[in-house]
Write a protein that binds this ligand. Structure first.
Ligand SMILES: NC(=O)c1ccc[n+]([C@@H]2O[C@H](COP(=O)([O-])OP(=O)(O)OC[C@H]3O[C@@H](n4cnc5c(N)ncnc54)[C@H](OP(=O)(O)O)[C@@H]3O)[C@@H](O)[C@H]2O)c1
Length: 278
């Protein structure tokens, strides 16, 4: 199998590049291809002639998207449409990374893949519109929704918490948003498994279990052996430009047909802390 990773220089992309052994893999960052440039996308895809394209490139700054919607839709919807067109042209399969933020968070039980999208933020809308366009263009494509991604290769919540916890005796962290933290290494392995299993349609790919940001922060501080106190606060006490869903836990049922299951988020966090320390 030959794979092309678009967004290979990001948090997930770097993990994918390291984990994807045995196959022929080409990885591109924004310097090699700007996904907003349809002609360039066509050129690199034609050159690589991959069996699979894993599309991890995105504008992932959720608050930034809120103040810059044109860039958000250009990057997160129109760019993926360009990649889908190129994939169709060469007969490659496409796996597109999407997000739990396509949901409004009003559910009280884990979201299934077929649940209705109702994004609250520009970022969520841009991802939701991309999903719809891609499924129209390439009904056999695979949309892998993930959430609360962390890893050693980029900015992420555990890294921010650890840096703050080193300098402050106490931290306030929101306790009224619930989701599934996901370790980039575990997500990368699952994505490779999905491509090898010829996956199609929407799948939810997160570490097992769920927590609030407060619970996640408490576990991070404890796992790192720090004495910093972590205090729960409400989202209202810590307003952010983009609204977030209160509950965006994704059900893992869609992975079962592929025989893929991910470890718990606590297990992923333990390995992340080891990797970060080494
Ligand atoms: N992070 C999360 O918590 C989270 C949650 C749910 C879903 N996701 C989704 O998971 C995927 C991976 O996220 P991530 O956190 O790994 O992203 P990331 O670390 O922000 O990396 C983004 C990647 O996109 C590339 N990129 C940026 N602008 C580009 C452009 N105009 N053309 C081509 N490539 C461009 C970057 O390349 P350069 O570095 O070379 O500029 C980088 O490789 C994304 O689709 C994201 O929406 C992430």
């Amino acid at each position: 199998m030959k794979a092309l990773i678009v967004g290979a220089t990001g948090l997930l992309g770097k993990a994918l590049m390291r984990e994807w052994a045995r196959d022929e893999v080409v990885g591109l960052g924004s310097k090699e291809v700007d996904i907003r440039d349809a002609g360039k996308v066509q050129e690199v895809v034609e050159k690589a002639r991959p069996d699979w394209i894993a599309l991890a490139a995105a504008y992932t700054d959720v608050d930034g998207c809120e103040s810059n919607p044109d860039l958000a839709f250009a990057m997160n919807r129109d760019g993926p449409v360009n990649v889908a067109e190129a994939a169709k042209h060469v007969g490659a399969k496409l796996l597109f990374l999407s997000s739990d933020y396509v949901f409004d968070g009003k559910s009280t039980s884990p979201y299934e893949t077929q649940d209705v999208r109702n994004p609250l933020s520009v970022y969520g809308r841009s991802k939701a519109e991309a999903e719809i366009r891609l499924l129209e263009m390439l009904p056999e494509c695979c949309i892998a929704r993930t959430s609360w991604l962390f890893g050693v290769d980029g900015k992420c919540f555990p890294d921010t918490i650890l840096k703050l916890a080193m300098r402050q005796p106490a931290l306030d962290v929101v306790n009224d948003q619930r989701g599934c933290p996901t370790y980039s290494v575990d997500l990368a392995r699952a994505i490779i498994g999905l491509c090898r299993n010829q996956a199609s349609g929407i799948v939810h790919v997160t570490n097992a279990g769920n927590c609030s940001w407060f619970e996640f922060a408490r576990e991070i501080v404890k796992g790192a052996g720090l004495a910093t106190e972590v205090h729960p606060v409400s989202s209202q006490q810590m307003p952010r430009p983009a609204p977030r869903p209160a509950y965006s836990v994704l059900s893992p049922k869609s992975l079962q047909p592929y025989g893929i299951s991910l470890p718990t988020w606590q297990d992923g966090l333990r390995r992340y802390l080891e990797e970060r320390a080494s």
